[in-house]
Design a protein around this ligand. Structure first.
Ligand code: F3S
Length: 286
């Protein structure tokens, strides 16, 4: 019977888990909204919709509603957004990941102390937009060698560098090295969360020793795609699926060991469904 290995780090990280639980605890209540889709996963967002939870992208969408509960997702939001929800007297449930909150605090305090803030991260990512919005002065966002090289800051002021939690560590180091050469009075705060890296390292280790690998996650999830690429590099027979429906179990017929991992936004029930079915199939064909 083929061996089936499920990665321990498959699926939600701590912060996402917490945010998703926070929403599910409030289903059944009236007028529950999430500020942006709670996670990058269609199945979950649709399930929540069917339970009455809607995603909004702006508080104006709530005009005319006077008793809304607005849940802030793990990525966090800018101070402006936070306050615009508060001033409307809506109930705010803040599910921002504590690791992201820590960055908000650093950025707020250090910018208030007159320091210049540099964020290593992707400008368009909602987490970075949120972080940026806690600074009281303009923020510099760097995500490429070119931008690091072109960075020009005020030499009279101190500089504090933080990072988007999901930024790639090697790339972070590379960019920091370029910025460091400019000899500013600089403090580097590596605020990368290791959940992503742990998941990738474990996926690589498993993919290396199995003959087929299954990666579960939404097609639009960039971290799942990355996991897929890592696994594919180690194991030719790597399958990228969104749910069990996309998996042709017969592809696994002659395989003696199978690994399973999942992206950061893949819910547990989807992972478990795949895991149990693959195990049952392996038992039946053996
Ligand atoms: Fe997840 Fe929080 Fe890290 S949301 S990736 S545990 S920063």
């Amino acid at each position: 019977e083929a061996e089936v290995i499920l990665a321990r780090s498959a699926g939600f990280c701590f912060g996402v888990h917490r945010a998703v639980d926070t929403v599910y605890e409030r289903t059944g209540m009236e007028n529950v909204y999430t500020y942006g889709p709670i996670i990058h996963n269609d199945e979950v967002v649709k399930d929540l919709e069917s339970k009455g939870v809607k995603a909004i992208s702006d508080v104006v969408q709530l005009d005319g509603i006077d008793n809304a509960t607005v849940i802030i997702r793990s990525h966090g939001v800018s101070k402006n957004v936070y306050e615009s929800i508060k001033t409307k007297n809506y109930e705010v449930v803040d599910a921002t990941c504590p690791f992201v909150l820590k960055i908000h605090r650093i950025v707020e305090q250090e910018s208030k102390a007159g320091k210049q803030i540099v964020i290593i991260g992707n400008e368009k990512h909602p987490e970075v937009e949120g972080i940026k919005g806690w600074s009281v002065s303009p923020v510099y966002i760097v995500d490429s060698i070119e931008k690091a090289q072109n960075l020009e800051l005020d030499r009279a002021k101190e500089v504090v560098v933080v990072s988007q939690t999901t930024f790639n560590y090697n790339k972070f180091q590379e960019l920091v090295e370029i910025i460091n050469k400019k000899s500013y009075n600089i403090t580097i705060k590596n605020t990368i969360c290791n959940a992503t890296e742990e998941r990738q390292t474990e996926a690589r280790d498993i993919a290396r020793k199995v003959s087929a690998m299954i990666v579960i996650g939404d097609k639009s999830s960039s971290n799942t795609r990355k996991l897929y690429e890592i696994c594919k590099g180690e194991c030719e027979d790597t399958f990228y699926i969104q749910t069990l429906r996309d998996l042709n179990l017969n592809d696994l017929r002659f395989i003696d060991s199978i690994g399973i991992t999942a992206g950061a936004s893949t819910p547990n029930n989807i992972i478990e469904e795949v895991y149990t079915n693959v195990r049952e199939f392996c038992r039946d064909v053996s």
